[in-house]
Every structure is written in C-alpha cells, then in structure tokens.
Design a protein around this ligand. Structure first.
Ligand code: NAI
Length: 262
C-alpha cells in the first residue's frame, strides 16, 4: 500500500523528529510523515536499528530520513545530536513526536509497588517522562523564535484509567504526560506552537508481542472495535494533530483505542 500517504503533501518542508522510531508505533509514524513529504529524524537507542529503519525507507520518494542514535533520557547527548541533525538538514526540527517509551514488565507479582526496584521506577520516569521534557526543552527555543511548532506526546489509556496490565511507574508517567501536555499548550500557544498527546489503547507492536496471548485477548474483549489497533492508525492521528486540519486543537489527549476504557 505504497500510496497510502502519497496523495497529499500536507507535511512537505516540515522537519519532524520522531523518538523511539526504529520499530513499532514510532516506525509507522516515520513512514507516515515521510509519505507526506517531511524530512524525518529517526531517533532511537541502537545504531544498528536506526540504520536499518533509515535504510528501509530509502525507497520512499516524498521525504527523506536521517538517523539519530541517542537515549532520550540523556539531555546533553540529545542536545548535541539535535544540533548535528540541524546542521545536516539545514534547520531545526519544527515538529516532534515524542513516542519513545518503556514498560519493562507488565503487571505481575514482582511489579506491585511493595516489590518494585527503585532503580526501575527511576528508569521509567527518565525515559517516559523526562525524555519528553528533554526534546521539548531542546527544540522549543527555535520553535518559539520561528513562531510555529507542533508537538505530539505519547500518553496511554493506562494514563487515564486503571489498567491491570501495566505497573505503577508506567501508569504514573503516562498520566504525567497529560498534565505536561496541558501546561505546555498554555505556555507555548502564544508562540504558535500546538501541543497535544495521543493515548493509544492496545496496539500490535513488539512491546505488546511480549505479552501472554490471553492478556491481549482480554484487552480485545474490552475493546468495542473487537481487535488490537495497528501502528499506522496511531500514525494517522499524529499526522492529523500536526496538520493544518487541527489548527485550533491544543492541550488535548486523543484516544486511539477502538473505544477501550471510554
Ligand atoms: P516498542 O517497545 O515496540 O518501541 C519503542 C521504541 O522506543 C523502541 O524502538 C525502543 O528502542 C525505543 N526506545 C526505548 N527507550 C528509548 C530511549 N531511552 N531513547 C530512545 N528510544 C528509546 O513500543 P510501542 O508499542 O511502539 O510504543 C510506542 C509508544 O506508545 C510508547 O511510549 C508506549 O508507551 C506507547 N503506547 C503503546 C501502546 C501499545 O499497545 N503498543 C499502548 C499505549 C501507549
């Protein structure tokens, strides 16, 4: 389905940073933005996987992809990588899709709060929450100066309501993203920068593939649309939120969840 995004060039000329871009939802977001004509920064932690993702998209004629190997939780390394990318592509990113996130293990006896390793708690906060702050901290000055910018964060249905399949660190960071999104929409709105978030339900990605089939089946049973979501369906929402069709939408967290936990 090579023509899926080829009919319009709504994002031509845009420079889009996608974090956690080597696989899963992030990778689908990269493809969507490339097909809409954007230059896309493909950011992930493994050099090989970043190179593989960039190579996989070489055939797409509309946009161009560049790789950035960096951990979003490391502000200094991230700022350097973004500076390099700006030099390579001739300008700063005007759009960021903060997608990188981890859910180390799903709920189980060892993941109740009274047994959780404090270091694991810290790591989830560093990646899922501070990682969002870091990209926005680094990119917002140029967006502000330009008087335009688009930011999409990644929450989760598990940040809106109790989900038995995640642990407390994951739920806490995904709730925090909703507050971060509202606050930054207020701070940055006067400068023409829109800030929104996505709250995916159960999406078929490597993160979810590691889970016992009966857990996914139970989630599907609670989903009115009766299936798992596809990464491309989350990517479509990211495209919309960063397009001119959403020009008066900011501070919102949009569920892409087939009706799970409405
Ligand atoms: P995934 O685990 O399949 O892919 C995540 C990507 O992020 C990987 O390529 C990984 O290497 C990268 N990443 C992890 N830590 C990083 C770091 N410190 N710096 C840079 N990159 C890093 O995950 P998936 O399923 O594609 O999820 C993407 C986002 O969507 C996450 O924020 C997740 O919490 C969220 N989400 C996913 C849902 C699902 O059902 N798959 C449901 C709700 C939210």
């Amino acid at each position: 389905d090579d023509l899926r995004y080829a009919t319009r060039d709504s994002h031509a000329g845009r420079r889009v940073l996608v974090t956690g871009a080597a696989r899963g939802i992030g990778r689908a977001i990269v493809e969507a933005f490339l097909r809409r004509g954007a230059t896309v920064g493909v950011l992930d932690v493994s050099e090989d996987e970043v190179a593989g993702a960039v190579a996989a998209f070489e055939g797409i004629r509309q946009g161009s992809a560049i790789g950035l190997t960096v951990d979003v939780s490391d502000y200094a390394a991230l700022a350097t990588a973004l500076k390099d990318a700006a030099a390579r592509t001739g300008g700063a990113f005007d759009t960021v899709v903060n997608n990188a996130g981890i859910s180390p293990k799903h709920a189980g006896a060892a993941h109740r709060v009274w047994e959780m390793d404090p270091a694991e708690w810290g790591r989830v906060v560093d990646v899922n929450l501070t990682g969002h702050f870091n990209t926005i901290r680094a990119l917002s000055p140029a967006m502000r100066e330009a008087g335009r910018g688009w930011i999409v964060n990644t929450s989760s249905v598990a940040g809106k309501t109790y989900s038995p399949i995640v642990a407390c660190h994951y739920a806490a960071t995904k709730s925090a993203i909703i507050g971060l999104t509202k606050h930054l929409a207020a701070e940055l709105g006067p400068f023409g920068i829109r800030v929104n978030a996505l709250a995916p339900g159960r999406i078929e990605t490597p993160m979810v593939a590691g889970v016992a089939p009966e857990i996914n089946a139970a989630q599907v049973a609670m989903t009115p649309m009766g299936r798992l979501g596809q990464p491309a369906e989350v990517a479509d929402a990211a495209l919309w939120l960063t397009s001119s069709e959403a020009s008066f939408v900011t501070g919102q967290t949009i569920d892409v969840a087939g009706g799970l936990y409405m």
